[in-house]
Design a protein. Structure first.
Length: 428
């Protein structure tokens, strides 16, 4: 059994929280969870998820105190682990992010392009405030950041906030699970050559027990995909050309016009659909008889979140040095990326945090895109931290999906105006 563990979850009113609780239940034998501190500024949601959490622990036979705070400092004080899963502005702000860029023929999405930029600008001041509280009240705690855009927020936290930060995303572990199922093996038997940034990553190799299985694996996916001209939503010929499997968010780059047209003609944006799902989930969570995750939670997204987040916590607390794909400083792992930038790569996770495993350089077919998006992220972080309008304009201009200066400047004006209430760094 590990050391006594006190976990603070910021943004605990999220519909994702039962996923996280399930993870702690599944790992009860290796984590000595002494308290779970749930923090949220929305008291109603905090109480709904607090009650749901208590029922889940009771049903699992676990006696874990569940503390509820609207003041995050009380939850952070003395914690070993702080999990961030917040959404500044809620789904309403996300829906704005989705709709405004479409006026310029650019995809609106919560983590990619101008929409992701604005979500980052809303979130960075709050994330740095959390980091400041951790430095004061729990300086030895690890911050596990699940808040999107995870790469950008982790970049801001490591540069300006809390050095003991690891960014997590369920996308890579989802790809691992999918490929392991194709091979008929357990995920732990599979080693991926995965490289890139958060929501901009590629699998370019795979091995099982030291044996290279990637040529046959990628060929099988392409051959199967030709029958429907799709491999995970990508054109099968594109996957054959690349010889790699892109993460799903690369749809917005490789099939941008198609994604824009789909967004323009869809009955609901993804944010509107999620808002509807969340309202239904909250009603379910209010049911005093519900003590396990409802099936509807799968439609919310975030599959394997609990698997990854709690596995990382266990690997840190117990110094297990297991391999997971996370967001951390490059430290030379990708030779043709800057040493100190945040990348998403396989890392050894232990008591000292995440240490990236060295990999081959980015090839030209993906290297240019990764470098361009990283340049955008660095500018976006400077804008978010300092309220720097020049850096914000340059960030928009640098993003590969923004067509020209006029679009960059006009979109920025529209997005800043729509989000003024959440941007103290620009409008205080």
């Amino acid at each position: 059994m590990s050391q006594p563990l006190h976990v603070c979850v910021i943004g605990a009113g999220s519909s994702y929280t039962p996923e996280l609780i399930e993870g702690f239940i599944n790992r009860r034998d290796e984590l000595d969870l002494r308290s779970l501190r749930l923090v949220d500024i929305d008291r109603r949601r905090l109480d709904i998820l607090g009650n749901m959490t208590e029922r889940m622990f009771k049903f699992a036979g676990m006696d874990v105190p569940v503390l509820r705070y609207e003041d995050r400092r009380r939850g952070i004080d003395g914690a070993n682990i702080v999990v961030s899963q917040l959404r500044v502005g809620g789904q309403a702000a996300r829906i704005q992010d989705e709709k405004i860029p479409l006026q310029w023929g650019v995809i609106g999405q919560e983590t990619t392009g101008p929409g992701g930029f604005m979500k980052g600008q809303r979130t960075i001041p709050v994330a740095l405030g959390i980091a400041s509280d951790i430095r004061e009240l729990a300086p030895d705690a690890w911050l596990i950041n699940f808040t999107n855009p995870a790469g950008m927020i982790t970049e801001a936290l490591l540069r300006y906030g809390h050095p003991k930060t690891i960014g997590v995303c369920n996308g890579p572990i989802g790809m691992e699970m999918h490929l392991a199922r194709r091979l008929g093996i357990d995920r732990t038997q599979l080693t991926l050559d995965y490289v890139g940034l958060n929501h901009l990553g590629w699998v370019r190799g795979a091995s099982v027990g030291g044996t290279d299985v990637w040529p046959d694996l990628i060929k099988g996916m392409v051959d199967e995909g030709r029958t429907k001209n799709s491999v995970g939503g990508f054109d099968a010929s594109l996957i054959e050309l690349l010889g790699m499997l892109p993460s799903s968010y690369l749809h917005y780059y490789y099939h941008h016009r198609n994604r824009v047209e789909h967004a323009r003609t869809a009955e609901l944006t993804r944010g509107e659909d999620v808002a509807r799902i969340e309202a239904e989930l909250l009603k379910m969570y209010e049911d005093e008889h519900l003590c396990t995750n409802p099936k509807l939670l799968e439609r919310r997204g975030g599959a394997y979140y609990s698997t990854l987040a709690v596995a990382i916590i266990a690997s840190i607390i117990n110094d297990k040095r297991e391999l997971y794909i996370v967001n951390t400083r490059n430290r030379g792992a990708i030779p043709n990326m800057a040493y100190d930038v945040v990348v998403e790569v396989p890392c050894i996770i232990g008591a000292q945090g995440a240490w990236p495993v060295p990999t081959a350089p980015l090839p030209p077919e993906i290297g240019g895109l990764v470098q361009a998006v990283k340049a955008y992220e660095l500018l976006a972080v400077e804008a978010g931290v300092h309220g720097d309008r020049r850096a914000a304009t340059l960030a928009m201009l640098a993003h590969p999906l923004v067509p020209d200066y006029e679009a960059a400047a006009e979109m920025l004006d529209a997005l800043l105006e729509a989000n003024g209430a959440y941007l103290p760094q620009f409008f205080s």
